[in-house]
Design a protein around this ligand. Structure first.
Ligand code: 0O2
Length: 226
């Protein structure tokens, strides 16, 4: 929607300034396009894995999957915050989470199973892995993060595109979404008491994960015996 104040600014701009702005906007949209296609590709890979697991093993290690393309504002905010040179090349190599996918699994073992199956694919190059499940962040945050690169085939040939894949359990996801809300509610200045409470909640979530994993193992052992 164009507000009155935006209209006033547009009126003050000359034709050449306006066409430069439109050219910049189109350029940026072109820059973002391969990231959208990369999300589509990785989502297809995950959906194939999901269906295959269900067909061959009669189980589904993936509870749900979300994807998001970083907004223009968020990319520009990160460029400014990290002091990145304002060039497409610098943004491409430094901001590796423009395309983001979150895979939420039932159990911790499933998180690693899905990660292994995805990263073993021959067109997937693993750039970096941060295992916040083995090494949680000081606030209690747990998740397995992988920066991967896949080829996206455009009309003039393939381009390598990075995608950040976050894998976590339902319990880890529940914790992370609440922590995220609290962080923004307090504008990053979360009271110490609340931080301690979040840390305790992360421990409880981890305990739940390990109890559920044990029960799951037991069910598998028992049903195999029948
Ligand atoms: P959004 O909107 O989810 O994308 P960097 O990505 O370089 O700025 P860092 O710490 O090197 O930061 O990357 P890291 O550790 O891989 O974490 C990046 C993403 O993981 C975050 O993206 C969050 O999605 C998630 N994350 C990391 N730490 C926490 C945490 O303590 N709590 C929660 N709830 N999520 C976390 P963005 O860009 O912050 O946001």
């Amino acid at each position: 929607m164009v507000t009155e104040s935006t209209e006033a600014v547009i009126e003050q701009l000359g034709d050449s300034a306006l066409s430069e702005i439109y050219a910049l906007r189109d350029d940026f949209a072109r820059f973002m396009m391969p990231y959208k296609f990369a999300i589509d590709e990785v989502m297809t890979k995950i959906s194939i894995l999901r269906e295959e697991f269900a067909a061959l093993h009669s189980e589904n290690p993936i509870e749900h999957v979300n994807s998001r393309l970083k907004s223009t504002e968020s990319v520009l905010e990160k460029v400014a915050r990290k002091g990145i040179a304002p060039s497409y090349q610098a943004i491409r190599t430094t901001i590796t989470d423009i395309a983001g996918i979150r895979v939420v699994c039932s159990f911790v073992s499933d998180v690693y199973r899905v990660f292994d199956a995805l990263t073993a694919q021959s067109d997937v190059r693993v750039i970096e892995v941060k295992d916040y499940i083995a090494n949680p962040k000081p606030n209690g945050y747990k998740s397995l993060h992988a920066i991967i690169e896949i080829p996206v085939f455009l009309s003039d040939g393939p381009v390598p595109v990075t995608v950040e894949v976050q894998l976590r359990t339902v319990a880890m996801d529940f914790w992370a979404s609440l922590e995220h809300k609290i962080y923004y509610k307090y504008d990053a200045d979360v009271p110490a008491e609340m931080l301690a409470g979040l840390h305790d909640a992360a421990d409880v979530a981890a305990e739940l994960d390990s109890k559920m994993e044990e029960l799951h193992r037991q069910v598998r052992r028992d049903t195999r015996r029948v």
